[in-house]
Design a protein around this ligand. Sequence first.
Ligand SMILES: [Cu+2]
Length: 742
Amino acid sequence: MPLTATSCRRYGVFGSTMIAPIVEPTLKCIRAFIMKKFTIRSLPFYILMSSAAMAQDAPQIQEITVIGVRDTHTVRTDDTLVAPPDTAQLLRRMPGANINKNGELTGIAQYRGMYGDRIKVSVNGAPISGAGPNSMDSPLHYAPVAILESLTINRGIAPVSAAQESIGGYVEAITYTGEFGTSSDFSFDGRTYFGAQSVNEGTVASGFFSLANRDHIFRTFVMQEQADDLDFGSGDIIPSEYERERFDLGYSFRGGDHEFSLDFARNNTKDAGTASLPMDILAIDSDLLRSKYQWSGADFNFTAEFSASDNEHWMTNYHLRRPPQDNMMTAGAMRYRRNWAVSESYGFKLKLEQLVDNGTWLYGLDRHTSSHRSTITNPNAGPFYISNFNDTDKDVLGAFIERGISLSDRTGLDAGVRINRISMDSELVSANLNPMGATSGMPFMINNLAGMLSNQFNGSDLDQTDNNVDWFARFSIEAGRNTTWYAGAARKTRSPSYQERYLWLPLESTGGLADGKTYVGNPDLDPEVAHELELGFDWESGSYNIYPRVFYKEVSDYIQGTPATNPVVNNFAMMMASMGMGQPNPLQFDNVDSTFYGFDVEADFKLNDRFTLRAVASIVRGERDDINDNLYRIAPDNIILALDYQGSNWVGTFESVNYADQNRVSATNVEKKTDGYSIFNLTARINLSTNIEIGLGIENLFDKEYEDHLAGYNRAFNPDIGLRDRMPGLGRNFYGRLMWYF
Ligand SMILES: [Cu+2]
């Protein structure tokens, strides 16, 4: 008999291996939850959930069951002890995922070898367009750990409805939003979160407060965090200090089948070192607004979301790191740089989901438009400026349709198509690299070359439109009581980023590549087109669960830096390098062909009532197809093995994190190899009472010194790390957090 609408209660949260649901739902219900992950947005504070409250709260929502495999991996902050302030660090615990770390608050999501703009990240459903042309405020910068409720990665092929351009994957951060009450009386609830760690004397203090009844939630969040420079065992990473403040205000209303929310967040990042990049953060001041309306009918769900952001950012190469020194060719003062960068974005998403007898239909329309401006100046030479990006626009308008269907009682199919129309443009650019008005000599010649490049750029076809088609299909079949097989296929596209199209002067504004190379863009770039296959199975037998996946992805017109061929670009870079700025032999963004393939798995084995063994392993290869080279900054093979102990009022974990050598490096990006390493971590979470929890941890127990392949190269003067040497991993770190729910 084909599966039809099934009534499932919403109980626990699935995806985190740390949680045992209080009420074990049926396997089919779990699948319904996974299918419907967008409908379980606001989860109650798990620790506060009592079975009585649950019985009362759990609405009898009609859920459609379609056979499927576990296609997301969620880490919940409450159940996972993490030391660092950067939410991106949580990705390291997920199969296939990792982070390219350029600073403590600057973690760029990597998934199966792709990163940066290829991974779509949303915070509470809203896409994020950071201000920094080097992604100093990468999207997860806007979901600090202290306000984070959960971080979810779509395993493998993301549905086309998840995000507009999900060629490399989709990550969703959910922050605390509070819970509706059960009566008309208002109650005051909240959570305070305090954290501290030894490795950089970092502290965080935050509070989430809500005033809620059955119909209304008023909420606010405040946070303050700061730290000194990080210790790596035989020195400090200079600069890696940071300071950040955050303030949120929000409101939700529920009436009948309708729900509405409006949220505002203000982020103020102050001094923050990014030693893997040419400059450090002086400030990031951001305002983010989002709103959502949801209408849940008997056989449909309608959602309308709106978001907007306004980010302003300053960075320099002199205020946190040692400023440029005099050399044979130039005075250090002439190489001081300050960069002002702003981004504005807004977007909406309309989604209508229809529940039908054998599954669901989903129709949607979304738009996201972002503009960026970046100007580089020298505080010691007023007339000096580079119009790095001048009001570059990227406007993505998309429409999609998706179907989830039970083909039989043992087989399910999810499939969908999306069409994106991408319009991009830039205003004209200019620069003055000859602030003293010299009539001969290096600055004069360099400025002439810059003038030729701005003329070339301004005369090219800046106005570009791409029409991109994405589709995906995921087929699942239950092969027995414990096993569900899975096969997926997809075509995904991505139009170039504004840096890839509109970087006109050889500079390092590359969305955080941090390879030390300067780049130029190309307005005529074609969109990337990926074709992907994925196979795997879920084997779930209660105490033993394993979820392996293999994948193969071919990308035509993959955008990659290749040696620049424009003689003006090469001359410019060579002259700059001779004066101590940047490197010769710049790269230009180009369309090439590439292939990604690999394997990842998560598994847990319940040894007995107390002990559970967990494993997460990730292997990925990324290769150029047009030449014999590897792709740059790909995560080394890695495996996390953890042993969890469940005590009466505490949970302990002993964990080994193992990274292999990375010898498959990119010659094009002059990438350095790294050696493998293993570090060991210990954590414990103790419930002092029903509403107070303490977490304690030691990271890198044996103070092992190692190089972090994904942390780039040191770019700031440091007596203990050479310039352009690999960034070290962090030394032993004692850390703790205190969470008090009230
Ligand atoms: Cu920046």
